[in-house]
Design a protein around this ligand. Structure first.
Ligand SMILES: [Mg+2]
Length: 308
C-alpha cells in the first residue's frame, strides 16, 4: 500500500468515523449483538459529518494557504465557520470562538476560557488535529510543535496539546507502514507523552468494552480510540467498536478513523460508508450550501501531504 492511499485513508477515515458516530452521539453503549454497522440518520441525514470534520477542514485549508501553521489564520477560519451556526459545536470551542469573533486575540481568548475552568480538557482539539499530520509528516519536530499549537487556538490544557501531538505522531508512524501496536509505542516516545496520559494509552488495549466511558474528556477519547485501533484488525471493526460506545461517539470514532485510515488505507474503507459520506463545506450562511464528499477529502489529503 502506498503513502497516498494511507494519507487519503486518514482524512476519509476521520470523516467516516464522524458520520458513523453522529446518530450514536450522547446515546447509550450498544449491546454486542446489536452493533450499528451502517450509516444512519440522527440529528442530520445518514452519512453527514459534523463539527469534528468541519473544524479539520478549516485547519486543512489554512495549512494549504500558509507556509507554516498560522494560529491567527486558523482562528479566523474557525470564526467564519462558527458564524454559520453549526449544528454541532463543543461548549469550550464555542466560548473561545465567540470571544475571538468579538475581536479578542485567539491566545487571550483561549487562556481566558481555560482560566475560567482550569480542569477543562475536552476532545475538541484532538478531533480536528489530523491535517497537521498530513502536512508535516516529513518533519517530526515541526509536526509536534504544530500539533500542539493548533490545539492552543481553542484548547490550552496540557493534556489536549499532548493528545494532539501523540495522535499525529501515531498517524505519521502508521503512514510509514508501522503496525498499530508499534505506531502507538513509537508515538508515545516521539511525543514524549507525560506519565499519566501515557499510562492511559498503554492500558487502553486491556480495557473491557464496558469499562470505557467515552465522554468528551480528551483522556476518555484517547483511551477509546487506542482501544479500538489495538483490539481489532480492520478499519471497519475499529470504527464499529468505537462508534458503538455511544456518548461522545462521533468524536472518538473520528479519532480512531484517522488512525485506522492511516493504518489500513483508503481502499480498506467500506464503499457503503464512502458513498453516503458528505458534509456542507465550505461554510457559508446562505443555503443551498455546497457539498463535500470523499473525492474532495482525498484530494485535500494528497495536496496537504504533497503526494500522488
Ligand atoms: Mg461532532
Amino acid at each position: 500500500m502506498d503513502l497516498c492511499d494511507r494519507c487519503a485513508g486518514c482524512a476519509v477515515g476521520a470523516a467516516v468515523g464522524d458520520a458513523l458516530g453522529m446518530p450514536l452521539e450522547f446515546g447509550p453503549r450498544q449491546p454486542a449483538d446489536a452493533l450499528v454497522r451502517e450509516m444512519r440518520a440522527g440529528r442530520l441525514p445518514a452519512g453527514t459529518f459534523t463539527d469534528d470534520t468541519e473544524m479539520a477542514l478549516a485547519l486543512a485549508e489554512s495549512l494549504l494557504k500558509t507556509e507554516r501553521l498560522d494560529p491567527e489564520d486558523v482562528a479566523q477560519r474557525f470564526v467564519v465557520w462558527h458564524r454559520t451556526n453549526p449544528a454541532d459545536i463543543g461548549m469550550h470551542t464555542r466560548q473561545v470562538l465567540a470571544r475571538v469573533a468579538r475581536g479578542e486575540g485567539w491566545a487571550r481568548a483561549a487562556h481566558a476560557v481555560q482560566g475560567g475552568n482550569p480542569q477543562s480538557a475536552g476532545n475538541g482539539s484532538v478531533m480536528r488535529c489530523w491535517p497537521v499530520a498530513l502536512a508535516d509528516w516529513r518533519d517530526l519536530g515541526r509536526l509536534l510543535e504544530d500539533s500542539r499549537q493548533q490545539s492552543q487556538v481553542t484548547h490550552m490544557h496540557q493534556d489536549c496539546q499532548d493528545a494532539c501531538a501523540f495522535v499525529n505522531a501515531a498517524i505519521v508512524r502508521l503512514m510509514h507502514g508501522e503496525t498499530p501496536v508499534d505506531a502507538v509505542a513509537l508515538a508515545l516516545a516521539d511525543a514524549q507523552v507525560p506519565a499519566e496520559l501515557r499510562q492511559i494509552i498503554e492500558a487502553a488495549p486491556r480495557r473491557r468494552q464496558e469499562e470505557l466511558v467515552n465522554s468528551g474528556w480528551v483522556r476518555h477519547t484517547l483511551e477509546s480510540a487506542v482501544w479500538g485501533l489495538l483490539t481489532t484488525d480492520s478499519f471497519e471493526e475499529a470504527l464499529v467498536q468505537v462508534a458503538n460506545l455511544g456518548n461522545d461517539a462521533d468524536t472518538a470514532a473520528s479519532v480512531v478513523g484517522a488512525l485506522a485510515g492511516a493504518a489500513y488505507g483508503l481502499a480498506a474503507i467500506p464503499q457503503r460508508w464512502q458513498e453516503p459520506l458528505h458534509g456542507e463545506w465550505p461554510p457559508q450562511a446562505d443555503s443551498p450550501r455546497p457539498w463535500w464528499t470523499v473525492d474532495a477529502l482525498s484530494g485535500l489529503a494528497r495536496r496537504l501531504a504533497q503526494v500522488g
